[in-house]
Write a protein that binds this ligand. Structure first.
Ligand SMILES: O=C(O)CCC(=O)C(=O)O
Length: 256
């Protein structure tokens, strides 16, 4: 798949990030990618120092109660192709995706997760997250397929902040297709050269490096899909933390 490298605008440096050691605070530079129609991605290539990121990685790799659940995809049961764990503040609606309802752990189970949440909040002033879905990719055969995090419990314009620890992995975004009839009509009218141009503009890739933070905002979940594909040459483990805000609407559950 040919993907366009991102056109980015440099923004203001974020506030200094808190650092658990307190001695190697760094300024987090950010890039904003405007996807159009109210969708945007903010990318912070280095939220925290390398050393700090490895300390977090080592703790999470060994101390989190990772599980690899059976999920349902297109009516078939299969093992989710990555490990997972879910943490959420009390009293919020349950997350259910692909027929699976993860056990909800408390932030108090792992004080380090509260420290990481604090670091994310400080880097993103005005943002607020109350839940965390952790993923562990044990090598290049582990992946997440194309999907959107458009569950009702996150509302219509959810902000999702995704921290990478460990092995670098590629992250792809592609625009959802309009309904078939509209697409077909356009395809009939447009010359092939134009179709190629439009397709390139509708796909983006990011290399998610150790210690980086990628934030999806606005209508990104409504209009775009994302994935972390398999990579045959990758052997090392990547841990990903996606921070989200669950709305307090009672009974607001939805399938992924
Ligand atoms: O691992 C990642 O970077 C993405 C994870 C993801 O898409 C998800 O948890 O929904």
């Amino acid at each position: 798949m040919s993907l366009r490298r991102l056109k980015v605008t440099e923004g203001e440096p974020a506030s200094p990030n808190p650092n658990v050691d307190g001695d190697d605070t760094i300024k987090a530079k950010r890039q904003t990618v405007v996807l159009g129609n109210g969708s945007e991605v903010v990318f912070i290539p280095r939220l925290i120092s390398f050393d700090q990121a490895w300390k977090w990685f080592d703790y999470l790799d060994t101390q989190i109660a990772w599980t690899r659940p059976t999920i349902r995809v297109f009516g078939l049961s299969c093992l989710q192709p990555r490990d997972t764990c879910y943490v959420v503040s009390p009293g919020l609606p349950q997350l259910v995706y692909s027929g699976y309802q993860p056990r909800a752990y408390s932030w108090d189970d792992h004080p380090l997760l509260k420290q990481i949440l604090e670091a994310v909040h400080k880097a993103l002033p005005g943002s607020s997250f109350n839940s965390l879905l952790l993923n562990r990719y044990k090598g290049g055969n582990d992946y997440v397929g194309w999907h959107s995090d458009d569950e009702k419990l996150y509302g219509s314009t959810p902000e999702i902040a995704s921290l990478t620890l460990g092995c670098d992995r590629e992250f792809f975004l592609k625009k959802k297709k309009p309904s078939k009839t509209v697409q077909e009509r356009r395809d009939e009218q447009e010359p092939a050269s134009k179709r190629i141009k439009r397709n390139h503009a509708d796909q983006h890739s990011f290399m998610l490096k150790h210690g980086s933070l990628l934030v999806m905002r606005g209508y990104t979940q409504r209009d775009w899909m994302h994935s972390v594909p398999k990579r045959s040459k990758v052997e090392a483990t990547r841990i990903n933390l996606t921070f989200r805000n669950v709305l307090e609407e009672p009974g607001a559950t939805a399938a992924k």
